[in-house]
Design a protein around this ligand. Sequence first.
Ligand SMILES: C[S@@+](CC[C@H](N)C(=O)[O-])C[C@H]1O[C@@H](n2cnc3c(N)ncnc32)[C@H](O)[C@@H]1O
Length: 266
Amino acid sequence: MSHLAQFGRIDNTANADYFIRFLDAACAEATFQAYKNRMNELLELKPGSRVLDVGCGTGDDVRIMAKLVAPGGQAVGVDNSRAMIAEADKRSVGTKLPTAFKIADTLALPYTDGSFDATRADRSLMHVPDPALAIAEMKRVTKPGGRVVVFEVDFGALMIDAADRVLGRKIINAWSDSVRNGWLGRRIPRLFHEAGLKEVAAVPHTLSLTPEIALLLVGQATVDLAEKNGTITPNEAAAWLDHMDALQREGRFFSAMTGFLVWGNA
Ligand SMILES: C[S@@+](CC[C@H](N)C(=O)[O-])C[C@H]1O[C@@H](n2cnc3c(N)ncnc32)[C@H](O)[C@@H]1O
């Protein structure tokens, strides 16, 4: 079974559709759209701007930014997944928008210094081996004085209204610890300062999670992992999955998660 913690190496999973479906479901939520809209305002895009999205996924945000930089500008998306870039290209066919997509690693951006007016990363840095280097790369390719914006979640701030608090903590920790940088949200402001970005600011945004989205994080795949590594017993695994089913059936499922929108100037 695919596990969302594999977002850093989608092409090795042979199940890219699973990740694409997750992105489409999450991005359709009003609370995700709200912080994404704010992110676009913070980028201060205007016709003629060149903007880079690092870890662009399906490219939906790149196409929105392309409308803001036309005419004369360009919105570029890079992602280390061949499957994601293929999806981004497919979704852009016939749009006539000024977009470009490229397979590239966040840790070695294939652009010269100061190539972009603004740079952003949305929920992608948690998957990279070295987020500090990723932010240094984003700063490097941004013109001096240009805007760098990151949105990153923090799975230490993931909440589910579960009856068994001890078991709930074990499952949430199992998910958080399975992601390469599960607590990255809270670290981004410090990493911005350490990268030498100026006028750094941060605001929290809380996202509501439907059962379908939340259970991709703390459902079967994470339960299997936690059981395999001995964090939970088979009885606890069954009890958690039964409880999640019951909450959904009874319309009582409630889950939310906080992330941080952080910006600064190169
Ligand atoms: C959770 S998705 C977010 C996608 C998009 N930013 C959005 O908001 O819908 C994370 C993306 O980062 C990409 N990614 C992960 N590690 C990467 C790396 N080292 N370099 C470039 N992209 C990476 C993944 O392939 C995936 O498309």
